[in-house]
Design a protein around this ligand. Structure first.
Ligand SMILES: Nc1ncnc2c1ncn2[C@@H]1O[C@H](COP(=O)(O)OP(=O)(O)OP(=O)(O)O)[C@@H](O)[C@H]1O
Ligand SMILES: [Mg+2]
Length: 264
């Protein structure tokens, strides 16, 4: 890790187990991410990726296991708690209110207020001014304004608004679950740029995608889940893309490949 002060995991999930009735979605999974690190979380359908992230974001409660944030054991028992800790989720086409302006979406639930006599009103001027910064930050081209209605933005522009927002509010962890599904090639590239931008801001990024090529290019570390278990974990360049495909397809590590899933 090149960034200073980044030698301790920001999030550490230990021995996470999750059952849904008879389905064991996660079996003793350890997972960690450092500040400024992009972790690709991959695995076949039903591997448990989203479940693991729903636990981290307080949507599900683990049946067993602990979560540490900055080294301290935490109980993330609601999405609000996760958000207050600086954990943000970005889904494709989700998480923005379509009928509202970009500015309102950027400040959703944290709107600046201005006191006018006895009443408090939304400080539209401040919201628009700050939103302009978010838009610039996210590098959104082609005419997005603070008062643009979200409904008319492209998929990529929506992503950019969410990610720009995360940077503006100094999110510490950003989870992207299948962020590039249904995006054009150019928009995909843009999401890639935004991920790199988050990394530069020392944000920990967890990137879930079935597009292994994309993950391979972006991620500093790739964690592979297989039917609820952590199968392997590789740092950038430790395995080839082809081997990665094989591992996920076979659900096991080929005998000639170094096993990297031991605990540190
Ligand atoms: N709320 C739930 N109730 C019952 N079973 C669930 C629930 N959520 C997830 N599961 C089960 O847990 C397992 C893991 O699902 P999960 O959504 O985490 O997989 P995933 O790796 O995100 O898959 P995909 O790539 O298809 O999104 C699956 O068998 C799924 O059916
Ligand atoms: Mg999923």
């Amino acid at each position: 890790m090149s960034n200073k002060g980044n030698d301790k995991p920001l999030v550490k999930m230990v021995d996470i187990e999750k059952r849904f009735g008879s389905v064991q979605a996660l079996k003793g999974v350890d997972f960690e991410v450092y500040p400024g690190e992009v972790v690709g979380l991959v695995g076949d359908n039903g591997a448990g990726k989203s479940t693991l992230m729903r636990i981290l974001t307080g949507i599900y409660h683990p049946s067993r296991g602990d979560i540490y944030f900055r080294g301290e054991k935490v109980l993330i028992d609601s999405p609000k708690k996760a958000r207050d800790m600086g954990i943000e989720v970005v889904h494709q086409g989700f998480g923005l209110l379509d009928s509202m302006t970009v500015a309102r979406n950027v400040f959703l639930a944290s709107e600046p207020l201005i006191k006018v006599g006895p009443v408090k009103l939304l400080d539209m001027e401040k919201m628009n001014m700050e939103t302009r910064k978010v838009i610039e930050h996210a590098g959104i081209r082609t005419g997005v304004e603070p008062d643009s209605i979200v409904q008319y933005l492209s998929g990529g522009q929506r992503q950019a608004v969410k990610i720009g927002r995360a940077i503006y509010f100094k999110a510490e962890v950003v989870i992207l679950d299948e962020p590039t599904i249904a995006l054009s090639i150019r928009e995909k590239d843009h999401v890639g740029e935004l991920v790199n931008d988050l990394r530069k801001h020392n944000v920990a990024v967890i990137y879930i995608s079935h597009d292994l090529e994309e993950v391979y290019e972006l991620a500093d570390k790739i964690t592979i889940l297989d039917v609820g278990e952590k199968l392997a974990e590789y740092k950038r360049g430790e395995v080839s893309l082809e081997v990665l495909y094989d591992i996920i397809r076979e659900g096991r590590i080929p005998p000639d490949i170094k096993q990297q899933n031991k605990k540190e």
